[in-house]
Design a protein around this ligand. Structure first.
Ligand SMILES: O=P(O)(O)OP(=O)(O)OP(=O)(O)OC[C@H]1O[C@@H](n2cnc3c(O)ncnc32)[C@H](O)[C@@H]1O
Length: 217
């Protein structure tokens, strides 16, 4: 049984649509979010820690909002910023910017304690650049840059998803987190139902890639 590791029930609602019934259960485990410029090292480290905790295959979901006019902030710090400033303040700050383009990014980290061929290159190619398209998926193994001597060489397979949009005044009651202030194609994510958000979202894209790979393994 695969454990979807998150403290955020909103993520699980979206993820369930991509994973076969009965093949996954939520693990409410608050893994350590290391400080890093990109989501890849955070997801990789989190997956290793969660795997050690669960002793079962795990999928960790690290996501963030990257505002172009703020050089990608809050990015990997999105959770902290939501808790401290709050979503409406982020909109107020962005309202003063000329460039309100933004992107959501999601990196999924899968670890089952088994070996993938570990590659030395991390997938972190600069999540700060909100305009850059998500690149190919990668594997983070030994020497993947998330330097934690205790983490050991457990290989982690990473999957990325990206969606462009812009920051707007809050609209809509659905979704979670920054959804009310993130507009894509004329609608905020909070105005979309789960199915519609999944069809375009960063998480949907990453989950689609994961689900395909997982089924074909
Ligand atoms: O780490 P876990 O336990 O999964 O839960 P979290 O909510 O802290 O998850 P992240 O660190 O990945 O999320 C960073 C922030 O981005 C927000 N976020 C993530 N995905 C989102 C989405 O699809 N829509 C809106 N906000 C999102 C989320 O609410 C956090 O404030």
């Amino acid at each position: 049984m695969l454990r979807y590791v998150t403290t955020n029930p909103g993520k699980v609602r979206e993820a369930e649509r991509y994973l076969p019934d009965g093949s996954v259960e939520r693990l409410d485990f608050d893994y350590t979010e290391i400080q890093a410029d990109g989501l890849g090292p955070i997801a990789a480290q989190g997956a290793r820690e969660a795997y050690r905790h669960a002793d079962a295959p795990v999928l960790v979901d690290d996501a963030g909002l990257f505002v172009e006019g703020l050089d990608g902030f809050p990015g990997p710090y999105s959770s902290y910023v939501e808790e401290t400033l709050g979503v409406e303040r982020v909109h107020e700050i962005a309202a003063d910017l000329d460039d309100r383009r933004a992107a959501f990014r999601c990196t999924l980290g899968y670890c089952d304690g088994d070996g993938f061929a570990a590659t030395p290159d991390p997938v972190d190619r600069g999540d700060r650049d909100a305009a850059a398209a998500a690149g190919p998926d990668g594997e983070a193994g030994c020497g993947d840059g998330d330097a934690d001597a205790d983490a050991g060489p457990l290989p982690v397979k990473l999957f990325e998803g990206y969606v462009p949009g812009r920051i707007v005044a809050p609209r809509g009651d659905g979704g979670f987190g920054y959804d009310p202030i993130f507009e894509h194609d004329g609608e905020t994510f909070a105005e979309m139902d789960t199915e519609r958000k999944n069809a375009v979202s960063h998480r949907g894209r990453a989950l689609e890639k994961f689900a395909e790979w997982f089924a074909d393994r």
